[in-house]
Design a protein around this ligand. Structure first.
Ligand SMILES: NC(=O)c1ccc[n+]([C@@H]2O[C@H](COP(=O)([O-])OP(=O)(O)OC[C@H]3O[C@@H](n4cnc5c(N)ncnc54)[C@H](O)[C@@H]3O)[C@@H](O)[C@H]2O)c1
Length: 281
């Protein structure tokens, strides 16, 4: 797809991978619509991108709410007349498979899975009708293999991979000029380990759980050793231009994990867990 002059909608656009991708897209001449639940950082992101010459608006939204994502699409159409790329990227980390209250599971699944479903429902019909568009969904290496301490997160990211693979097959059958990619990074230097900043107020006390404290420390040190989000942004743009499904910024680890998982299914040892390996490409 030729990108200059087109319009991209990015959820979770106020921070980390979403913001870096917004900057990358702005350099390539795309109009930008950033959606995020954090209004202060969203405002700052829009100001700084606009100061660099980007055509950009920000829309406060909670991706877990269908009406918010519909409004995000309508604002894009109202401002720029059309939309061509949706990056369903907003995400949060929750608790382990054992002992996480159902309401915390619901929050993680609401943002990470319903957010993607709402983005696909809002944009796929538009892209099919105009016979042009690309959907990028953010999963994770945790969507290619279960990771201890992150049951809710892994479940949500497996779901994102599943939705994206089904979407790929359906789009291929449609014969239309609409693509889909799934982004599965290892650790990236962002604020993901501070996800609790967006947790519904009544759930925040769950973070005092000793297991959560330990997981937060582990994930903080891995995230801080992670790759630059600008490198992930370049990979996202390349995948859209090349119409490539898998986006694997930590390709070596992703392929190794998948191979070991297959060997596990065939009776080999369980998948070994080595967070440090997932910090390097
Ligand atoms: N950083 C990593 O190591 C890593 C690795 C694999 C996958 N990911 C995924 O990358 C995506 C982006 O995360 P990041 O690493 O840039 O973290 P980040 O915390 O820096 O950015 C996430 C953004 O999503 C926003 N957000 C949270 N809940 C929202 C909601 N309900 N509605 C709208 N926006 C919401 C946050 O305000 C924030 O701006 C996530 O889906 C995450 O799971 C991150």
């Amino acid at each position: 797809m030729e990108l200059s002059g087109k319009t991209a909608v990015i959820t979770g656009g106020a921070s980390g991978i979403g913001l870096a991708t917004a900057r990358q897209f702005a350099h390539s001449g795309l109009n930008l619509v950033l959606g995020d639940i954090e209004e202060g950082p969203l405002h700052e992101a829009v100001e700084s991108l606009a100061a660099e010459g980007a055509h950009v608006i920000g829309v406060a939204c909670d991706v877990s709410k269908e009406e918010d994502v519909t409004r995000l699409r309508d604002r894009a159409l109202g401002e720029f007349g059309s939309a061509h790329i949706v990056f369903n990227n907003a995400g949060v980390v929750g608790g382990p498979a054992i002992g996480t209250p159902k309401k915390v599971w619901d929050w993680v699944m609401g943002v990470n899975v319903d957010g993607v479903i709402n983005g696909v429902n809002a944009f796929a019909p538009l892209f099919l009708e105009q016979n042009e568009g690309h959907i990028v969904n953010t999963a994770s290496l945790a969507g290619l293999g279960g990771v201890p301490g992150t049951g809710a997160y892994s479940a949500s990211k497996f779901a994102v991979v599943g939705i994206s693979e089904s979407l790929f097959q359906e789009l291929a059958l449609s014969g239309k000029n609409v693509g889909v990619s799934v982004l599965c990074p290892g650790f990236v230097l962002t604020r993901i380990h501070e996800s609790e900043r967006n947790m519904p107020h009544e759930l925040v006390s769950f973070n005092e759980d000793p297991m959560m404290q330990m997981m937060r420390q582990l994930s903080e040190s891995a995230v801080k050793a992670g790759i630059d989000p600008a490198d992930v942004a370049k990979a996202v743009e390349h995948a859209i231009r090349a119409n490539q499904f898998w986006i694997l910024p930590h390709e070596r680890v992703a392929l190794r994990m998948t191979q070991l998982r297959l060997e596990w299914m065939q009776g080999g040892p369980p998948l070994p867990i080595n967070p440090a390996a997932a910090t390097k490409p």
